[in-house]
Ligand binder design. Sequence first.
Ligand SMILES: [Fe+2]
Length: 434
Amino acid sequence: MSLETENLPSRFVEIKREIVASHPDFQQRLTNAWVDVLEQLDERTNRIIRRGPSYIPQVNFKDLGNLKPEQIDDIKRKGSVVIKDVVDDTEAMSWKTSLDEFVKSNPNVDGFPSNDKQFFELYWTKAQVMARSHPNVLAASSWLNNLYHVKSGVKLDGVDLSVSLSYADRFRIRHPGGYWDRHPPHVDGGSIERWEDPIFRTCFADILNGNWRQHDPYDLEGRLDARTSLYGRPNQSTVFRTFQGWLAMSETAPSQGTLKVFPDVLLSNAYIMMRPFFRPVVSSHSQNPLDAKNWEYDISSPEFQGIYATGGGFAGPRPTPTLHPHLKLDKTMTSVPAVSPGDMVFWHCDVIHAVEEEHTGDGDSAVLYIPAVPLTPQNAEYVQNQRECFLQGKAPPDFPRVQHPEGSFIGIGKQEDVVGRLGREAMGLYVEVA
Ligand SMILES: [Fe+2]
């Protein structure tokens, strides 16, 4: 996929002009903030590089209710966390065995690479349905949802952060060896929309005001009505996920095909949002290309670094070392620490993440994608539509149509596999059987 951003429409200049016009003294304030952010990034990126995977917070599921405030602040700032022992090892491993069997019994399943499938376009296998409705998975999700709040204090109708909803996504069983370049550093959940949609933009208002230190990535208000998918591309989530996540079904350590993150959501948000308003005035081969004095305010181009046109819409942000040099992504994209079956990894919806290109281990690296999704009016509506897809054995609404819908496959999950009241509620099934 091309990373060229020069094919962005010229009207994108207007987005910049609109933002400038709606913030008093924009140029001066943003330029001051830019200098400050670059300074902070210099310090923080060096710390991240020094610490490596140990920089990512790790907590045990059973301790979630008793964390110290500074541990919670650390998780919020880094935007990433490993939660150990959410599910028993044996249960998580049994899900992998059942998925291996499912794929063997149904050789027609959609997946890639097509000659040795490892990433599957499957949503409703019994293992996935059971994992999503596991009470500890739902409890972890609701704990993460509750890291969010409403800064202004207004009451948001129809929102309950303690109620977790299920968002059906896929799974991967990655084999050792091979090369995987499908997931370079990127941010999900909205592309140019971050700047273009006036509501989504309010989530970043403090950054665009020049007050990036006040930016709160956990303020719920703008998130709920943000239009993250103005162009209706497939694979663009239309629900609000507080954190994306996965549940490990195998041991997976750094260098074994695991997740990498840029572990500072405050700084990466500030930098990514401000970057389109500045340009370098020296070549990247000059002496101090990162020095703030070698950058200047410029809004003349339609470029939004990391955003590119694709499939009738826009993808990204996909930050790169060339376009976003101050993030030092070659060194700061940090692998999450080793996980065991039943551990979960979560990353805030704005966090830059990637999948390791190589898997040098000797066993499968297997995960079920399970994000944290709170009850909100939009999310509840999605779950209703998703539920119909489940009952019909079709791909969920946010995902591309598959060649072979899974409803007729042997071993597909049924309503009965959604266990417990909370699990049924999360799938929008509770009301019907009450
Ligand atoms: Fe992603």
